[in-house]
Design a binder for this molecule. Structure first.
Ligand SMILES: NC(=O)c1ccc[n+]([C@@H]2O[C@H](COP(=O)([O-])OP(=O)(O)OC[C@H]3O[C@@H](n4cnc5c(N)ncnc54)[C@H](OP(=O)(O)O)[C@@H]3O)[C@@H](O)[C@H]2O)c1
Length: 315
């Protein structure tokens, strides 16, 4: 098969498009003909080696998590799927497991889900990591009708889904983004927009019930100033002292800090798909690459400035 694979941890200098051994479906696995992959920050972070201990040292290997495709064959013990089924999911590229940037992907059936008929391969591949993280973040922030929510980094992968999900819950949404993306944020449903620099945040005298920091690196003082008493802040970044800081801010200021991680229970997937099918959630996809141009897709992702999702078409 053709694949975009790496021979070591690193950037484009250790990655190439070319022939790669075909995988086969093991017990409980599906062999999927990949049609589309979306690139998330976690993909370039893992590819660069930031999670070496978890990700493993097996090379050459293929990276890429969010995928959509068609089941080609099934291994023994597979009961939920059959050849020809359209499936999508996030391939966990840990312990040396293969990623999706290839024509074929062997994946445990528990990581795959049928694609509803109304959802295209590209749309399906854009959803899992970003939309489920947005969904969980807003849940952690207890966002409900009438709540005033600030979404930081609101037109990127997680943020652009977060605006739409918050609006579907009846929240009043303020989105931070660079000036050129304000119109997109409004189109996605944001009631207000503002810049995210320290100076721009300092101009705001607003107070929010919740802040979903999809970018993840808001200054602690800005967070405390912008949150109402009893408000909740959730970040997508793993912060080692978050529990300690949260206890302190709760005692001192009555404000809660928490994390917004990907959660992908079946009920989360159900909720995400229902939002899509009810036309309350759609992916913004402005960038399409082919598998042999995966390096450019990574380069764009690493710029940290994409609008919505980046798609690599395969096959
Ligand atoms: N913990 C988890 O489970 C989990 C899951 C998913 C993602 N994440 C993490 O969440 C982060 C965001 O992911 P993503 O997919 O949304 O990334 P993305 O698609 O690359 O989007 C990044 C966004 O950040 C904005 N931005 C850039 N500089 C900023 C700043 N100083 N302050 C505020 N916003 C800024 C950009 O806005 P402009 O283009 O307008 O400048 C862009 O919209 C990544 O670090 C990712 O690894 C974590």
């Amino acid at each position: 098969m053709k694949a975009y694979y790496s021979t070591a941890y690193g950037g484009p200098e250790v990655s190439q498009y070319g022939d790669f051994p075909d995988p086969s479906a093991g017990d409980g696995q599906l062999l999927v003909e990949v049609k589309a992959v979306s690139i998330n920050p976690v993909d370039y972070k893992v590819k660069q080696g930031v999670a070496k201990l978890m990700s493993g040292s097996k090379f050459p290997r293929v990276f890429g998590s969010d995928f959509a495709g068609v089941v080609k064959t099934t291994g023994s013990g597979v009961t939920q799927f059959k050849p020809g089924d359209r499936v999508y999911g996030a391939s966990p590229v840990i312990w040396g497991k293969p990623g999706a940037l290839a024509q074929l992907l062997a994946i445990d059936q528990k990581f795959a889900r049928a694609i509803p008929a109304q959802i295209s391969f590209e749309e399906a591949a854009s959803l899992p990591i970003a939309a489920l993280t947005a969904l969980n973040g807003l849940r952690r922030c207890r966002v409900t009708e009438g709540k005033e929510v600030l979404i930081n980094g609101a037109t990127g992968g997680v943020g652009h889904f977060a605006i739409q999900i918050a609006k579907s819950k009846g929240a009043i949404v303020t989105a931070t983004c660079s000036q050129g993306n304000a119109e997109l944020a409004r189109k996605l449903g944001a009631d207000e927009t503002m810049g995210y620099t320290k100076e721009e945040l300092a101009k705001s005298d607003r107070k929010f019930d919740a802040i979903l920091d999809t970018y993840g690196k808001m200054d602690f003082n800005d967070v405390c100033r912008l949150l109402k008493r009893g408000g909740i802040y959730a970040t997508t970044q793993i912060k080692p002292f978050l529990i300690f800081s949260s206890l302190l801010t709760q005692v001192l200021y009555g404000k809660k800090l928490t994390s917004s991680n990907l959660r992908s229970k079946p009920e989360d997937m159900d909720e995400m798909e229902k939002l899509f099918l009810d036309k309350k959630l759609y992916p913004v996809i402005e960038y399409y690459f082919t598998l042999d141009h995966s390096a450019e897709a990574f380069e764009l992702a690493e710029s940290g400035k994409p609008r919505g999702k980046i798609i690599v078409r395969v096959g």
